[in-house]
Design a protein around this ligand. Sequence first.
Ligand code: AMP
Ligand code: MN
Ligand code: MN
Length: 334
Amino acid sequence: MKEIKNEVKDNRVNILELAKDAKVIGISGHMRPDGDCVGSTLGLYLYLKKAVPKAKIVLYLEQPSDIFKDLKGYDEIQSDFDGDETYDLFFALDGEKSRLGGAEKYFDSAKVTVNIDHHISNRGSGKYNYVVPEASSASELVFDLMEEVYVDVDIAKAIYTGIIHDTGVFQYSNTAPKTLNIAAKLIAYGFDFSEIIDRTFYEKTYIQNQIMGRTLLESMLFMDGRCIVGMVDRKTMDFYGVEPKDLDGIVNQLRVIKGVDCAVFMYETDTLEYKVSMRSNDTVDVAKVAGFYGGGGHKKAAGCTVNGTFHDVINNLSQSIAMQMKAYDSKSMT
Ligand code: AMP
Ligand code: MN
Ligand code: MN
């Protein structure tokens, strides 16, 4: 039987113990929030509102995609970081504090901080840290720390949404027996999970499909077809009227091309600046490649922001990727 790796119990955080005397509690997640970030933060937000009714709970996130608008609490998300409140307790989810963007200052000034994450690159940036790289998602970890008496259908929906997004609907190798056990508990609360999967994960607008099609058409294979790169520049984003969140899913489509071991997708964020997303199989540890450029993530899915022209960026990344591929090839020959 496969070893169940994500059964880490030693550094668990007792959320309700920390929250019991707090008057104001803040929660946030990483910039450009994805499904796991939205699901885990909303799940914790709803849970704390219920379990600690005396406290004021505030959830800060950059404006998430409206595909998540049916999750309870979505309309209460604060995307304005102008205030200067001091929090008794502040949670950073699905990333280290430096990825909180505008909400980092609340984390820095909070009396007690908690960091719950599953990124291998995160060493823990809170007073209390529950960082489990083997876990499928921050949502799984947040659920793990919840007392189930307070969990209800809305919390279950948020957590479930986060898990399906980070596991590619239970497909990626971060899916463990424990992940599925949690998912089983969640769907027992009774909600239309197949609708959530379709509407938040698979459904794309016509424009999103068009820009994905165009990116695939213009993509380039390199390293004898073992790597592929796709790119969207500012001009194209403006032409289609799309935002970064409309580009979700393109890198996964590049990844499933037969023969490709490592897929790179990048879009222009500023003059000579690109956000890079990488996906791989066992051949390349993309967290290491991203880490080299100040980013991070997981072995098979990672990201970073890199400066330079498109060609500079891809030349640099391809050197790091090639080094790892060579090492992998020589190891598998011995
Ligand atoms: P992305 O390709 O942006 O979807 O990211 C893939 C994975 O790497 C996700 O788990 C991200 O949270 C993580 N990631 C992306 N960018 C960074 C970064 N700059 N630092 C740390 N982790 C990142
Ligand atoms: Mn995330
Ligand atoms: Mn995540």
